[in-house]
Design a binder for this molecule. Sequence first.
Ligand code: AMP
Length: 259
Amino acid sequence: MVGLVPTMGAFHEGHLSLMRRARECGCVVVSVFVNPTQFGAGEDYQRYPRELDRDAALARKVGVDVLFAPSVEDIYPAGGSTFVEVTGLTEGLCGAHRPGHFRGVATVVAKLLNIVAPDRAYFGEKDYQQLQVVRRMVRDLRIPIEIVACPTVREPDGLAMSSRNAYLSPEERRAAAVLSCALTTAQAMVRAGTMGADDLLTRTAEIIAAEPLARLQYAELVHPETLTPVESVGPEAVLALAVFIGETRLIDNLRLTAG
Ligand code: AMP
């Protein structure tokens, strides 16, 4: 069996956890490709960290068999005019704030799946909407591949690992813990019996607002599969956040469960 872990490189423990999980397949392929079509104008495509030598050494250490680092021309041949668009699921959350982002994601993932032809592909729950979009695309296009979801790996203070955390100043890095703090507070409220989206989202916004370096872009309580807003947790919902810490946009989410 072949397992594929698609990434944009600048590996951290989150990436490595996907690679370790993928070792359940006999052959592990990791792709490193900073995908231009998923970045909007004015986003961080140019400055996105590129550390291929370091990534190769880390991948080797965790037992990756093949590191696939295509060029932009490899993935987007001149004159290309085909894109993959998943409708509905991509309209809310990050899709509402990053027009075209998920079209870029779906397109590059479809291409990588075609090139590598794995049996399984591994994605992190950290990028929850991306995971659902990829699942839907694979199902709709009848791509004969199993999508495996892997849990979010966090720093000791709760911050979800991300290549973009490298942009944070030491002060911003401390402030960034506010995302996971808001999520775990919401989970505690649910356990204590608060199920309503209004109450949970109000508290979430208050926690973010109390951090001077943070600015909330969105906080939403959504159905785990359809990603449509729900009025209450029950029995399960996903609380999804996008927050600017200074100039750096971070996302995080937590599946809230009643009981
Ligand atoms: P990226 O390189 O940021 O595009 O991420 C590549 C893959 O790693 C995606 O499937 C992400 O969801 C996953 N990933 C990124 N950060 C984490 C994390 N902290 N924990 C688990 N998976 C992650």
